[in-house]
Design a protein around this ligand. Structure first.
Ligand SMILES: [Zn+2]
Length: 272
C-alpha cells in the first residue's frame, strides 16, 4: 500500500465536526500515515492541538494567518509562542503574506510574519508558509529567517511553501533556502500547467503533498469538501508529471514530510 503524508489540512474545522472519525478511517485505508492539522487563529490553534491528541497520525501546527494580521497583539504572540513550544506541536503556521485578498493591511501582515518567524527560530521548529500574490515580496523575510533557523544544522528543512502558487523559478529559489514546496490536489486541474512544471522541475527531495482540506479538492471532486484521503490525487499528479510511479512519489514525499516535521511515521517508529 502507498504511504502518504498530508502536509497541510484544516480538519479541526466545522466541515468535519460531524464525521471526523469516518474521514480519518478513509485516510488510513488510503495509506495516509500522517496529517498536519494546521491552525490559523487562536481558536483553530487550540482545536488543532485538541484534535491531534486523539490520533497518533495527526500532528498540529499553530500560527496566525495573514488575513487576521491586523488583529494580532503582542499578548497573542506570547500565547502562540508557548503553544509552539509544546512538544507535540511540529511547526509554526500557517503564516505568511496574502496580497491577493489583502484582508489585513500589508504593513500588519509583514509585522505578524516577522514576529512569527522569530518565534519559529526561538522554538527551533519549521514554518508553514502561505504566500498569495506575494511570492517576490515574501522572499527577503524568508531568506533572513532561513539564515537564522537552527534546523539546517540538524539536516532538516526550514519550512514548507504550502500550496505554492508561484513559478518553477520562484520555487527553485525557495528550495535553495531550504524550504520544501507543497503540491496540492489542484495539480490535477487542466489549467494548472505551472504546478505540473514545478512538480517535474524540482528535485523529488524538495516536494511534499497536501490537501488543504476542506479546500482545493481534486478535479474529479470539484465543488465538494476535500479530505486527507484525496492526497493520493496530488501524488498521482506529480507521478504523471515526472514519469515516475505513484509509489515512488508517495515514499519520497512521506519521508520528506517526516523530515520536515521531525516525526517518524508510526510503522517506522514501531520497528526502531
Ligand atoms: Zn491552509
Amino acid at each position: 500500500m502507498m504511504r502518504l503524508f498530508d502536509s497541510h489540512s484544516h480538519i479541526q474545522e466545522k466541515p468535519f465536526a460531524g464525521d471526523i472519525g469516518d474521514v480519518l478511517a478513509r485516510a488510513t485505508r488510503a495509506g495516509v500515515e500522517g496529517i498536519a492539522v494546521c491552525g490559523f487563529d487562536a481558536e483553530s490553534n487550540q482545536a488543532a492541538i485538541a484534535l491531534a491528541a486523539t490520533s497518533p497520525i495527526l500532528v498540529p501546527t499553530v500560527g496566525f494567518h495573514p488575513h487576521d494580521a491586523g488583529e494580532v497583539t503582542s499578548a497573542m504572540l506570547a500565547e502562540l509562542e508557548s503553544l509552539a513550544r509544546l512538544p507535540e506541536v511540529v511547526a509554526v503556521g500557517e503564516i505568511g503574506l496574502d496580497f491577493y485578498r489583502d484582508l489585513s493591511p500589508r504593513e500588519d501582515q509583514r509585522h505578524a510574519l516577522d514576529e512569527q518567524l522569530a518565534i519559529a527560530v526561538r522554538v527551533a521548529k519549521p514554518v508553514c508558509v502561505h504566500s498569495r500574490a506575494a511570492e517576490e515580496e515574501i522572499y527577503p523575510h524568508l531568506a533572513a529567517y532561513a539564515s537564522s533557523s537552527p534546523l539546517p544544522g540538524a539536516g532538516r528543512p526550514v519550512g514548507v511553501m504550502h500550496c505554492f502558487g508561484g513559478t518553477l523559478e520562484q520555487a527553485q529559489r525557495y528550495a535553495g533556502l531550504g524550504f520544501l514546496v507543497s503540491i496540492p490536489c489542484t495539480i490535477t486541474y487542466p489549467n494548472n500547467a505551472e504546478a505540473r512544471r514545478i512538480a517535474a522541475g524540482l528535485p523529488l527531495s524538495a516536494l511534499v503533498v497536501e490537501t488543504d482540506s476542506p479546500y482545493l479538492p481534486p478535479q474529479e471532486l470539484r465543488g465538494r469538501r476535500n479530505e486527507p484521503a484525496n492526497v493520493r490525487s496530488a501524488v498521482a499528479g506529480i507521478a504523471t508529471a515526472r514519469g515516475m510511479t505513484a509509489e515512488a512519489v508517495a515514499d519520497a514525499t512521506t519521508a520528506n514530510a517526516c523530515r520536515l516535521f521531525g516525526v517518524r511515521v508510526p510503522e517506522e517508529a514501531a520497528s526502531l
